[in-house]
Design a protein around this ligand. Structure first.
Ligand SMILES: C=CC1=C(C)c2cc3[nH]c(cc4nc(cc5[nH]c(cc1n2)c(C)c5CCC(=O)O)C(CCC(=O)O)=C4C)c(C)c3C=C
Ligand SMILES: [Fe+2]
Ligand SMILES: [Fe+2]
Length: 330
């Protein structure tokens, strides 16, 4: 496990950033290992195991491993997968702003695992950990799964206090940071014909069962649009990255981009505020795949606005979220 540098010598409290996870290498075996852990989580796929395990082990992992490895290879950075590189950078930026507290990072699936990072923090004397899942909007598929993992670790360490931030989907500092990043993009590149907010989707079934993710995503867009001084109808909200055959949240990003190009829209700015840092779903699916289909349908340019990543503005916003602990539960 790699920890952030220049941390205080024996801190008692820590901020633990937790992101989804990513393969250790852009190879089929590494992708299969990562997807196997991810897709065995009942929070992500709730099908009964006797039905799901054969589909997963004999169809999805063998087919998806090489295909997805190829995509990871196309975005891989010197320091590793973009999701890991930017998550580590964000932890380092927060550590620089908060020298009074240890800032560490872990992944829900893959490495470094939550358990290994908590063990390392406890070995340093930390007994109070604020966990910040890097998901601005709460979902049972993501945030609740981090909470599950923390609950398991907490049961083994009764002497350590864990608090988990629930969400920060309309946190004023975070909203301002996203709005500023859009303004900076416009200052550098001008404004496109349309502004589209694309969020990772989840199955519609989960929203029907009470998952607040769609409502929170809409509230995030409303808040960012208001901070930009735009009218609500000046932005579009769509959902990407669907997986499997059942209906997911709609409208779908790819279908919307094709329809817009068909209506004569030539340029589009796309921003993804459901992702804290850039990853496969933004750098490959949006910036490469969706850009290609927008152009094939008659568009001229899809201009992707990067995630907040390891920027100082992001680190400051998240430090504010932790300081306020909105919706945190012990
Ligand atoms: C199987 C169902 C999935 C649900 C539900 C889901 C929800 C969800 N995911 C993210 C964020 C990310 N997902 C990423 C990749 C990814 N997601 C799924 C499936 C579901 N996600 C898969 C199978 C994959 C792997 C890639 C692939 O095989 O297509 C990533 C990128 C990881 C990376 O390494 O870069 C992120 C980030 C959210 C926020 C979310 C629900 C709100
Ligand atoms: Fe299995
Ligand atoms: Fe996902």
């Amino acid at each position: 496990m790699r920890m952030t540098p220049d941390a205080p010598s024996s801190p008692r409290s820590a901020i633990l950033l937790v992101n989804l996870g990513t393969p250790d290498a852009p190879t089929a075996p590494a992708v299969r290992r990562y997807l196997a852990e991810f897709l065995h989580d009942h929070r992500v796929v709730s099908l009964t195991r006797w039905l799901w395990c054969p589909i997963l082990h004999f169809i999805i992992l063998p087919l998806r491993g090489p295909k997805v490895a190829h995509k990871y290879a196309s975005i891989w950075m010197d320091g590793g997968s973009p999701l890991a590189v930017h998550t580590r950078g964000l932890a380092e930026a927060m550590q620089a702003q908060r020298p009074d507290v240890r800032v560490a990072w872990a992944m829900r699936y893959g490495n470094p695992s939550i358990a290994s990072v908590v063990d390392a923090l406890r070995a340093e004397g930390v007994r109070d950990i604020v966990v910040l899942p890097l998901y601005p909007q709460y979902s049972t598929t993501t945030t609740a799964s981090v909470q599950d993992a923390i609950d398991r670790v907490a049961r083994a360490h009764a002497d350590t206090r864990f608090r988990v931030v629930h969400d920060y989907h309309v946190d004023a500092g975070w909203v301002a940071a996203v709005a500023d990043s859009i303004r900076a993009h416009w200052a550098a590149h001008g404004r496109a014909d349309r502004l589209l907010f694309s969020f990772h989707g989840i199955p519609q079934r989960l929203v029907n069962a009470g998952d607040p993710y769609e409502r929170q995503s809409r509230a995030s867009v409303d808040a960012i649009v208001a901070a930009l001084g735009l009218a609500p109808d000046e932005a579009l909200l769509t959902f990407q990255s669907r997986f499997g055959r059942e209906p997911w949240l709609q409208p779908y990003t790819d279908e919307t981009l094709k329809a817009l190009a068909g209506q004569g829209v030539k340029t589009i700015d796309v921003v993804c505020p459901g992702f804290a840092v850039d990853c496969l779903e933004t750098l490959e699916e949006i910036s490469v795949e969706n850009d290609a289909l927008f152009r094939e349908a008659g568009g001229q340019a899809l201009r992707y606005i990067p995630c907040l990543n390891a920027s100082d503005a992001h680190a400051a916003a998240l430090a504010g979220v932790v300081a306020a602990l909105p919706g945190a539960r012990a």
